[in-house]
Design a protein around this ligand. Structure first.
Ligand SMILES: [Fe+2]
Ligand SMILES: [Fe+2]
Length: 220
């Protein structure tokens, strides 16, 4: 049985992620490399444990979370589909067929307009991915450059980012601290509204409401 650790140590997977990191840096995108992969897979595990999902289901989602952006080195616009196919090529015959298909579906689904949840694995990946906004995602560059791009500004202004689960109240809440000296909160919504809608859909699939708290204000 392939574990999360096996996937994290797989040289081919690590090279896809490494080349994705380089490709995104060349495009001056926020981090889509190892940092983001680690954060998403860790966040998946935290959420799945907190809501009490089956351990293997959580592990499959963490695997998909670790690999979800690795197709970016081939193409940005279709990276989700290519990532899913690449995963299948590397691991064909090594997972139980149902598990492999679930992981491929979760990777391929995470950035689609027709995003649809058919199992918990894909819902967990979307929640963990779309909630990863943080200063540490901004590629190192001058402050002037950071200020010139809205994605960089919003990520840089986000000094704290955490997903909290309230099992009793059935709420999954993204809590952010945004430095408003650096960017006004409206800019967050300018680029993240769609992602928050994806999070709400994913939480709903898991039987939870999605909450958003920014600078101690409950917005959702
Ligand atoms: Fe992505
Ligand atoms: Fe991502």
């Amino acid at each position: 049985m392939i574990t999360l650790n096996d996937v994290k140590k797989n040289p081919q997977i690590l090279e896809f992620i490494n080349q994705t990191e380089q490709a995104m840096e060349a495009l001056r995108y926020t981090n889509h490399g190892l940092r983001h992969s680690e954060v998403v897979s860790q966040r998946v595990l935290e959420i799945s444990t907190a809501i009490g999902l089956d351990e293997r289901e959580g592990e499959l989602a963490a695997i998909a979370g670790f690999c979800h952006d690795m197709g970016n080195f081939m193409t940005r616009t279709l990276h989700h589909h290519f990532g899913g196919l690449l995963f299948g090529q590397v691991f064909t015959g090594q997972f139980e067929p149902r598990e492999l298909a679930m992981i491929i579906q979760a990777i391929s689904n995470h950035d689609k307009y027709e995003m649809n949840f058919v199992h918990n694995v894909s819902a967990l990946v979307v929640l963990a991915d779309k909630s990863d906004v943080h200063r540490s995602r901004v590629a190192k560059q001058s402050m002037e450059e950071t200020k010139s791009d809205i994605h960089d500004r919003v990520n840089y202004a986000t000094t704290e980012s955490a997903v909290k689960v309230d099992k009793k109240e059935k709420r999954i809440t993204l809590t952010l601290k945004i430095d408003t000296k650096f960017c006004p909160i409206i800019e967050y919504f300018e680029i993240f509204t769609e992602r928050m809608i994806f999070c709400r859909k994913a939480a709903k699939f898991l039987g939870y409401n999605f909450g958003l708290v920014i600078n101690d204000f409950q917005l959702l």
